[in-house]
Structure formats: structure tokens, C-alpha cells
Design a protein around this ligand. Structure first.
Ligand SMILES: Cc1cc2nc3c(=O)[nH]c(=O)nc-3n(C[C@H](O)[C@H](O)[C@H](O)COP(=O)(O)OP(=O)(O)OC[C@H]3O[C@@H](n4cnc5c(N)ncnc54)[C@H](O)[C@@H]3O)c2cc1C
Length: 341
């Protein structure tokens, strides 16, 4: 039976990735340009990886099946991005962001990786600002934060209800800069059709032009897979219908293991299903949960009338509304983690 090898570095939790980073082999700048890296995907993960690798001096080939890297599904993300900047002085820290994230993942996530995520969260915000992402700001000019589910601190950086779109435009601008400089070769409308494995190491891909159907070979010293999630296995999902996990499936067929299926994000604030023709769910911004309050009718009769269209929710008087999250979870209230809400 195959053995799952997470390759988590050794050492104390808080030092694992930083000491790995400071002790791994370096590549001479003159040699970097001789090394090719394929990056499959141009969402927030892929576009940032491709732009950063190119900025570091590697030769990158970037692939997506959409018309433009800008159309990756990341563009749909709305609510915001967390970082432990503690701008609100409400007691936030890297450890608290780490802990809340571990808890939000039902204690199943890899601790070292989550610690690294919390550790670099602050630099990610700085990087996004440098890329021109127009995060919401206070009148004085400092970056604003909103509260988000699962946390008692306000640490979410946002751009109205379109944070993913603005982040992706920022990442795309960096990617475009590297394309212009000749460090990234961009292949839009090119699907990763198969993975090329040589002696157990991914060394290339077979691409299929989604317009002509033509197959093409691409080789590299390393392949980075940033091809998005598999949420569409559910009957209704907030994911774009094109997000089909096909690249991950090709790697699975070549022997890669499928791990951590617990990483499915729940969106509690969706517009209810409203017909047979509906193919996907539409998310209402989760900011509804921090700036608003969630309630249901206290009396079953009122609920039935609302369902039958005989009464409107707004006509139910305040005393007949049950703010059940505030009642049952007084500490978190409407900000309970998503799996509870
Ligand atoms: C409605 C919605 C709101 C969200 N809001 C938030 C939020 O507020 N905050 C937050 O942190 N997260 C949010 N998320 C989650 C977040 O958006 C995603 O986890 C993240 O954007 C995924 O980025 P990605 O780069 O991994 O993948 P994607 O953006 O899905 O990009 C995948 C890329 O891979 C390419 N690709 C896939 N298969 C192939 C193939 N076979 N060949 C070639 N290319 C391929 C695609 O073309 C695309 O470029 C939200 C998600 C949704 C659906």
C-alpha cells in the first residue's frame, strides 16, 4: 500500500518551514534562467507562483484553459483574506491565526503548513498592496479590517465584496509584467491533458488546445500544480462550472495520492436554490454575517406563512424573531465558524 509522505520539515512547529527555507540549497542566479518550471493554473495560487518564480529568475511556462488568466475561478472570491497584522489591537497574533485556522479545519490540517500560512500572512498583504490591490481603507489611509466567521478578532482584509477579483487582477498584473519581460510563456486555452513523469518525477505535461484539439508536449525541470479545487463533486456548489479537477485527476492516474478531502469550504450564506435550471449556487457576501444578524421566525406558523408566500419576513415583529446563533453561541454569536452557521 502507498505510504502518505507529507515531507513536513523537522524541528519545533514554529521553526519548521523557516529553518527549512534558510537551509535548503540555493541556485546561482546564472543557473536559474536555465531551469524551466511549468505552472498549471492561473488563479491566485498559480498566477502568484508563476510571477514569483519568474521574478526570482526561473523560466516559467504558465497554463490555463480559460481565454485569459484573469478568468480563473479565484475571481469569484468575495469576503476577504486573513492576516495577523493586529491593526485593530484586539489581541491578534500569528499564534491566534494559526489556532483559529487549525480549529476551522476540524483539527485535521497539517499544523506546520498552517503555522507557515499564519506566519507569512502579513507579508502576503504587503505583497498584494505592492501589486496594486485596492484594499478597503480607513479615512486616515490605513487598511481596514472586517470580522469574519470563526474568529473573535477583526483580521480580514477586503475590497468591498470582490476581494478575489481585485487580488487576481493584482496577481495578473505581476504575471503580465513577467510575460512582457520574456520570463513567462503564457498558454491560455491550453488544458493539461496528461502529466509526463520521468523516473518518478513530474517533468512535463501534454497540453490540449481547447479550440483546435491539437495535442502538444511541454517539458520542464519541475511541474507546479495550482489547478484549483474539486467542490463540483457536490450537486450544487459555488464553484465555477468549469472547475473540474481534471489536472488533479491526471496526476492521480499517474500515482499521486489524493489527500485531505476535508478541505472543502462551506458557504453558509448562499441564495437559496430557486429552480431546476440552476446549475450553481450564488454566494451572498459573508460580510452579511458580521455587519448583519441571522434570525429565523420563533413561531412555526410564521415560518410556514413565509414559505407559502403569505407573509414577508420583514413583517415579523422583533419579539417573534429568534437570533439563534447569538442565543446558542453567545461568545461568537453570528461569527460562529461556517460549519456551525
Ligand atoms: C464564491 C466563492 C467565494 C469565495 N470567497 C473567498 C474569500 O472571501 N476568502 C478566501 O480566502 N477564499 C474564498 N473562496 C475560496 C477561494 O476563492 C479559492 O480557494 C481560491 O481562489 C482557489 O484558487 P486557486 O488558484 O487554487 O484555483 P482557481 O482560481 O480555481 O484556478 C485554477 C486554475 O487552474 C486552471 N486549470 C484547472 N484545470 C486545468 C487543466 N486541466 N489544464 C489547465 N489549466 C487548468 C484553471 O484554468 C485556472 O486558471 C471563495 C470561493 C468561492 C467559490
Amino acid at each position: 500500500m502507498a505510504k502518505l509522505q507529507s515531507r513536513t520539515p523537522d524541528g519545533p512547529l514554529a521553526d519548521k518551514w523557516s529553518s527549512y527555507k534558510s537551509s535548503q540549497n540555493l541556485v546561482n542566479p546564472a543557473n536559474k534562467r536555465k531551469l524551466d518550471v511549468i505552472v498549471v493554473g492561473t488563479g491566485l495560487a498559480g498566477a502568484s507562483a508563476a510571477a514569483s518564480l519568474a521574478e526570482m529568475g526561473f523560466k516559467v511556462k504558465s497554463f490555463c484553459y480559460q481565454d485569459s488568466p484573469r478568468r480563473a475561478h479565484s475571481i469569484a472570491a468575495q469576503g476577504g483574506i486573513n492576516a495577523a497584522k493586529n491593526y485593530q489591537n484586539d489581541g491578534d497574533s500569528i499564534y491566534r491565526l494559526f489556532f483559529d485556522t487549525i480549529k476551522g479545519g476540524d483539527y485535521r490540517s497539517r499544523e506546520a503548513n498552517v503555522y507557515r500560512l499564519a506566519e507569512v500572512s502579513n507579508q502576503i498583504i504587503d505583497q498584494c498592496v505592492a501589486q496594486g490591490v485596492p484594499f478597503a481603507r480607513e479615512y486616515g489611509g490605513t487598511l481596514d479590517n472586517r470580522s469574519f466567521g470563526g474568529a473573535l478578532v477583526s483580521r480580514t482584509f477586503y475590497a468591498r465584496g470582490q476581494t478575489g477579483q481585485q487580488l487576481l487582477l493584482g496577481a495578473y498584473q505581476s504575471l503580465s509584467r513577467q510575460i512582457k519581460k520574456g520570463n513567462v510563456e503564457m498558454y491560455p486555452r491550453m488544458e493539461m491533458y496528461n502529466l509526463v513523469v520521468v523516473d518518478g518525477i513530474a517533468r512535463g505535461i501534454i497540453g490540449r488546445d481547447v479550440i483546435t484539439g491539437k495535442l502538444e508536449r511541454f517539458s520542464a525541470h519541475a511541474v507546479v500544480l495550482a489547478s484549483g479545487g474539486y467542490g463540483n463533486v457536490f450537486f450544487l456548489s459555488t464553484m465555477a462550472m468549469g472547475a473540474n479537477a481534471s489536472a488533479a485527476w491526471q496526476c492521480y492516474k499517474k500515482g499521486a495520492l489524493f489527500g485531505n478531502p476535508c478541505y472543502v469550504q462551506i458557504h453558509p450564506t448562499c441564495i437559496p436554490v430557486h429552480g431546476d435550471a440552476q446549475s450553481k449556487l450564488t454566494l451572498m457576501s459573508e460580510s452579511l454575517r458580521n455587519d448583519g444578524r441571522i434570525w429565523v421566525p420563533k413561531n412555526k406558523e410564521d415560518a410556514v406563512k413565509v414559505q407559502k408566500g403569505e407573509m414577508r419576513g420583514k413583517d415579523i415583529p422583533e419579539e417573534d424573531r429568534d437570533y439563534y446563533l447569538e442565543r446558542r453561541y453567545p461568545a461568537f454569536g453570528n461569527l460562529v465558524p461556517r460549519d456551525v452557521a
